[in-house]
Ligand binder design. Structure first.
Ligand code: THU
Length: 145
């Protein structure tokens, strides 16, 4: 992935973060997931009055992609910010649950680009960096998923 492609993907994640439903944490997250066929699946976090039921942006994007039959994921961009301080340079690294959900469908070499909402320096790593020695479908004999 070229840096300019990652920057464009982060812009999509940023737009998704703007549509977050996060009245409780007031922390907006957006994820943009690039599939092999060029489609980009974007989603924000969506919270719930029953707090524990809130869904993360990365999981929502991953589920949208799987629902649409997308495969061969190349890159994920994530942008997060506090609604009260959108200029603050926060790096919203994916939570543990999202890492495991991503590992079900994405290769270990998936590029994960975590960008601040404004200013600051992005962090670009792989999914394997975030979740080393992942437990995956292969362990259950489902290597094709
Ligand atoms: N959140 C995400 O959307 N992705 C993550 O990987 C970490 C956290 C959301 C969940 C909740 O709506 C808010 O950020 C604060 O935790």
């Amino acid at each position: 992935m070229q840096p300019s492609d990652l920057k464009a993907l982060a812009e999509r994640a940023k737009a998704a973060a703007d549509s977050a439903y996060a009245p409780y944490s007031k922390f907006h997250v957006g994820a943009a997931l690039l599939a092999a066929d060029g489609r980009i699946f974007c989603a924000p976090n969506i919270e719930n009055a029953s707090y524990g039921l809130g869904l993360c942006a990365e999981t929502n994007a991953m589920m949208a992609a799987v629902t649409a039959g997308a495969k061969g994921f190349r890159a994920l961009a994530v942008v997060g910010y506090r609604a009260e301080a959108p200029e603050e340079p926060v790096l919203a690294t994916p939570c543990g649950r999202c890492r495991q959900i991503l590992a079900e469908f994405c290769p270990p070499h998936l590029t994960v680009h975590i960008a601040p909402n404004s200013g600051g320096t992005p962090l670009t790593v792989t999914l394997a960096d975030l979740l080393p020695h992942a437990f995956g479908p292969g362990a259950l004999g489902n290597a094709d998923t």
